[in-house]
Structures are given as C-alpha cells and as structure tokens.
Design a protein. Structure first.
Length: 232
C-alpha cells in the first residue's frame, strides 16, 4: 500500500509528534484542564495522520459505497476536491488554501493568547487585551480553528465524529474556568463576559465597558493563571 502513499507508519508518528510538540510549545499547559485540552487535540491529530499516511479507512469505505470511484491514491484523501469536481492539483483547491490559513492562524492565536494571559496573571489582573479583546477563550478557539483547517484539508470519518465531541469538551472546560474567574474578579468579569463571545468573535464589536484598570484594585488577587484567568 506504500506505493499509494499509505502504510508509511513512520510518517504517521513523525507528523503526529511534530504537530503535538508544536502545539505544546505554543499552548504551554499548566494544569489539569490545559492537559485535557491538549490531550483531546493530540488524539485528533493522531487519528488524522493515521489515515493520511497509515491506513485510508475513510477512502476505503467510501470507495466501496461509490463503486471504487475514489480509488486508493493519496490524492483521493482530499475529498472536498472530488466533491467540487476539481481537476487540478488537490493542494491548490480553495479548501486546501483555507485550511493552511486556519491552521496557521490557530497556532498564532494560541501563542498570542498565552503571552497576554500570563502577562495579566503576573500583574494580578483580568486578561482583556490582545486576543482576549475579541473572545473569552482564544486558546480554545485556536485549537478549534486548527481542527477545522485539517477537516478542510483531509476529512476523515473518525475526525468528523471527534470534532463536535472535542468542541463540547472545550466548552465544558471553558465554563468551568469561567466559574473560577468569576469568583476571583466578580463584577469586572461579569461586565467582560456579558459583552465578549466565548469562541467566535463578532463581526462588529464595540468595547467600551471594560478597561484594564476598571475595578482592578477592588478585585486584585494573587497571580495564578489557573485560578483567576480563563486558560483557554
């Protein structure tokens, strides 16, 4: 099967390790919630590359349904290209280009949010600037963007099933973190959360109620990013 670009399990291991370590360096997990978030993402990555370079289960199953229309070539894994009737290089489809934008943007969002989050923790204040000026949980939003990017690039039955499950997991982790932050920052968090979406930024967003100095002294606590700031 390696003649078709599959059965190369070394590539599965290498690519999985590269992307997981890349995410680890950007996300820098500190506590149990962070490690659970990274663990779910890691499982998604392993499942993806296992089909991309290991065994093409999705292509095999769909080929049987469609009368072997897809074949078992590596290019057939770019299923969206087949669905839109793309005749050229599948790496040049709008889906593939959009996938790299989402993957790159997701990693950038995770890294940018981490810096803002821990700068705020060191100052003992609520993180409301940078990516946090657009969504309450930019790091989780970054993981979701990366997974959407991979689904646009190489959809598989397993990752399509895993994706909504992981979104639910991230939402639950986010709500638990929000309860801790609300206990620490009180009214300041309430104002911020009332106007800030959780994962998806609004197209038009006017922020006038929350400022970095608002009620800071009244709500100042010891800097602990796991207890006083939403890690996502």
């Amino acid at each position: 099967m390696s003649d078709y670009g599959y059965g190369t399990w070394a590539l599965v291991a290498i690519n999985s390790a590269v992307f997981i370590l890349f995410a680890l360096s950007f996300f820098r997990p500190k506590g149990g919630r962070d490690w659970r978030a990274l663990g779910g993402f890691s499982a998604f990555i392993v499942a993806l590359f296992a089909e991309m370079y290991g065994y093409p289960l999705t292509i095999y199953l769909l080929s049987g349904v469609l009368g072997n229309k897809l074949g078992l070539s590596h290019d057939a894994g770019h299923l969206w290209a087949d669905l839109i009737g793309w005749k050229g290089d599948p790496h040049l489809t709008p889906f593939h280009v959009a996938s790299w934008l989402l993957i790159g943007g997701g990693f950038w969002l995770i890294a940018a949010a981490w810096g803002r989050l821990h700068a705020a923790a060191d100052a003992g204040r609520l993180a409301t600037d940078g990516p946090y000026a657009h969504v309450r949980h930019p790091q989780y939003a970054g993981f979701i963007a990366i997974m959407v990017g991979f689904l646009l690039q190489w959809p598989t039955l397993l990752t399509l099933v895993m994706f909504p499950v992981l979104v639910v997991v991230y939402r639950r982790l986010a709500t638990r973190e929000e309860r801790d932050v609300a206990d620490a920052f009180g009214a300041e968090w309430d104002v911020y959360a009332a106007e800030m979406p959780r994962f998806v930024p609004r197209l038009r967003h006017d922020r006038g109620a929350v400022t970095p100095d608002r009620d800071r002294q009244a709500n100042r606590v010891d800097a602990d990013p796991q207890r006083t700031h939403p890690g996502g």
